[in-house]
Design a protein around this ligand. Structure first.
Ligand code: GTR
Length: 438
């Protein structure tokens, strides 16, 4: 039932999110009276941990102290208490290009599909990277990489895209017995304006997140957990990686591949994600400094939103509804957000001095737009310490009025979704930082 909550956008936005909560409540006596708080005056008072205060006291004196000490302290806190500990690059990993079409999409793009085998052994989990690279652009090109919810075949009706054979939530249109059918092609295309991305000279790379780890709680047996976790004796450690940790790890493996592809500029890879996959892009960008720009679209609780505000989705709700997303230790902070040694502004700060963009949607109260803005704002002192501008405002902008410093932010009209408006702003932001356009 839990995965049937699915991706909020695909299932119809806030109403469903709220219903999802109610569905869950019916199963959980202890949660029977819980309702999300959407009242700003009822946000509890809180003090954020200071990203620039060293463990054991004392301030981070300069950029050098941030880079050599404080940054790794904070990464470690997130590993231990929130997302869990992921392994590094696996030995034996292989890349196999199984499709190369130089005249895809009426000649506009080169389409490539590459299978990444995690261990290189026959029983290894594997993920397929689908790429469209603009034929008119000079190579190597900067590339947006993002995970998708419904399979690579869902992002465009192009019949050349391999139909996924992985487990897919049955809630998506066209999925039969948890497998994709031809009817699934292009069903998520509103979130992937491929031609518009190509027109602006960017490449697009995407991977089905379920190739890395299927999004349901199976005790971490399937996906990359099953293949890479050490054989278990008893309980899994409370800081073992969850699904978000695994998805983020998969994005780093895609970057390993890009470093071998001469058409891709691996130094200009922009990692983007929507919703749970926005939580994932932030964690991927925090862990892997090879990502040049990091973008969070409507990522909410456990992503860009400050946990301590407990506005909309809370730590307790997310852990109850999605017990496999975070590490075991994160459950200790159910209804005790104030005890967390970190908050999400520190996750954004880990991306400094690289550009990061946080985006919210006006109707997406479940994800706490104001809390997402505040996390971006409170990451700014770290950006400034490192000699960059951070967020160029202290006031939450009006809807559809993006601000773009080294930290960017917008809140657009509409619901929880990844829209062309969002994409165009992300490309403006990438133009500014990767191509020096004003
Ligand atoms: C919701 C979840 C959110 C968000 C969303 C999504 O059900 O409560 O944290 O991640 O799913 O990924 O669509």
């Amino acid at each position: 039932m839990l995965t049937s909550l699915g991706d909020a956008g695909a299932l119809g936005g806030l109403a469903i999110l709220f219903l999802a909560g109610v569905t869950f409540l019916a199963d959980s006596a202890s949660a029977s009276s819980w309702r999300p708080n959407y009242d700003e005056s009822k946000v509890p008072s809180y003090t954020l941990p200071d990203p620039l205060e060293m463990k054991g006291g004392g301030n981070v004196a300069d950029a050098e102290a941030w880079r050599t000490r404080r940054r790794s302290e904070i990464v470690e806190l997130f590993r231990k208490h929130v997302y869990g500990r992921a392994p590094g690059k696996p030995e034996g990993m292989t890349f196999k290009t199984f499709d190369l079409e130089p005249k895809a999409l009426d000649g506009k793009a080169t389409r490539k599909q590459v299978t990444v085998s995690v261990t290189g052994k026959p029983d290894s989990p594997s993920m397929d990277i689908l790429m469209y690279l603009p034929n008119r652009a000079k190579k190597p090109v900067p590339v947006f990489v993002l995970l998708n919810f419904q399979g690579n075949h869902s992002i465009h009706p192009d019949p050349g895209i391999k139909l996924s054979t992985s487990w897919i939530s049955k809630n998506y249109e066209g999925v039969v017995n948890n497998r994709a059918t031809e009817a699934c092609r292009g069903k998520a295309q509103s979130r992937f304006p491929v031609e518009k991305i190509l027109e602006r000279g960017y490449g697009l790379a995407t991977i089905y997140y379920g190739d890395i780890d299927p999004d349901f709680h199976d005790g971490f047996k399937n996906g990359v957990h099953g293949a890479l976790d050490k054989p278990r004796q008893g309980e899994r450690p409370p800081d073992a990686w969850g699904a978000i940790g695994a998805w983020a790890w998969g994005l780093s493996r895609a970057l390993d591949y890009f470093e071998t592809d001469r058409d891709v500029d691996a130094k200009r890879v922009i990692v983007l994600g929507h919703s749970r996959l926005g939580k994932t892009s932030l964690w991927a960008g925090a862990c892997d400094e090879r990502f040049a720009i990091v973008i969070s679209n409507d990522s909410g609780c456990g992503g860009a939103a400050l946990s301590r505000r407990a506005f909309g989705e809370t730590v307790e709700r997310i852990n109850a509804n999605f017990p496999h997303w975070f590490c075991g230790n994160f459950k200790k902070y159910n209804d005790r957000e104030g005890d967390l040694p970190v908050d999400q502004h520190m996750l954004i700060a880990l991306i400094a001095p690289r550009p990061v963009y946080v985006a919210s949607a006006e109707e997406d109260r479940w994800a706490d737009p104001h809390g997402e803005f505040l996390a971006a704002l409170h990451a700014s002192p770290v950006y400034r310490l490192l000699g960059t501008e951070g967020l160029p405002t202290t006031q939450m902008p009006q809807v559809n009025q993006p601000v773009m410093g080294t930290i960017g932010y917008h809140i657009r009209t509409g619901r929880h979704d990844l829209t062309e408006y969002d994409w165009q702003r992300y490309m403006d932001f990438a133009d500014k930082h990767l191509r020096g356009k004003p």
